[in-house]
Design a binder for this molecule. Structure first.
Ligand code: BTN
Length: 252
């Protein structure tokens, strides 16, 4: 089972591990509203009955095979217009963990916050921020990381086991993930925004490559940048355009 960690400073000092829940993000949101819920509290479920994904999608994960968890953070030090940096550091932390277990794999972050091995998705991230008086009161960082599942409904999904042929102890992956998230979060807290942003661009899927995209129509473009507020900057024959989350899709 997942236990409170000794080797972190604040993350996962309180771990609430349950066999089943609707969605760890929902449980974490309820807990975060209580002021006595400590920053770094983690909710982890073996199985979610209503796991939620981005864009109103569901998140499917075979019980006990993968990590499905949410973390309560209180990043009052971030300005509202800097909230995309939570996506940046979470993606980088998950990327580091996947690379730790699969050192030879080509692991990329896909804007806004998926983690890919090759061009298949091994992790999804759902971040929900609650704003109060122009500050982020709390953030729920939901992570689904495919570890040992060997079959998926979509050919676009993969897991650490599919990629390596070996299975992993999910508690080891959990511990690695917590220390990686803490590492990146503390970087952010100490104001190293430029540094994490440049690392994000270094590992960004499609960065400075010609690829096909779908916005109002299909076009060929090149990712030039991601703004600090989280817009994807893509150039095409019309020039440079900024796209918000729901305005553009990758075609591959
Ligand atoms: C995506 O669509 O890529 C985001 C998926 C996020 C899934 C995780 S699993 C743990 C947490 N609880 C949820 O209901 N969703 C997130």
């Amino acid at each position: 089972m997942y236990k409170n960690l000794a080797n972190t400073l604040f993350l996962a000092k309180q771990v609430i591990s349950m066999p089943t829940c609707h969605s760890t993000n929902e449980v974490a949101r309820e807990m975060a509203q209580k002021p006595d819920t400590l920053e770094g509290t983690v909710i982890i479920c073996q199985s979610q009955t209503k796991g939620r994904g981005q864009r109103g999608n569901s998140w499917e994960s075979d019980p006990g095979q993968n990590l499905t968890l949410s973390i309560v953070l209180r990043p009052g030090f971030l300005k509202i217009q800097e909230q995309f940096f939570l996506n940046i550091i979470t993606s980088l932390a998950v990327r580091d963990v996947v690379t730790h277990f699969l050192p030879k794999a080509d692991v990329k972050v896909k804007w806004p916050n998926d983690v890919l091995i090759g061009n298949r998705k091994t992790a999804g991230i759902l971040i929900e921020n609650v704003i109060n008086r122009n500050r982020i009161e709390y953030a729920v960082i939901g992570i689904g990381l495919n570890v040992n599942q060997t079959a998926f409904a979509t050919p676009r999904a993969t897991s650490l086991r599919i990629e390596s042929g070996v299975s992993f102890d999910t508690t080891d992956v959990f511990e690695q993930l917590m220390s990686s998230i803490e590492h990146y979060y503390l970087k952010l807290k100490s104001g190293r925004l430029k540094e994490v942003k440049s690392e994000y661009l270094q590992y960004l899927f499609g960065f400075r490559q010609k690829r096909n995209y779908l916005a109002e129509f299909r076009f060929e473009g090149v990712i030039e940048d991601v703004t600090d507020t989280g817009f994807l900057v893509v150039s095409d024959k019309r020039g440079r355009q900024n796209y918000d989350f729901k305005e553009i899709e990758f075609i591959y």
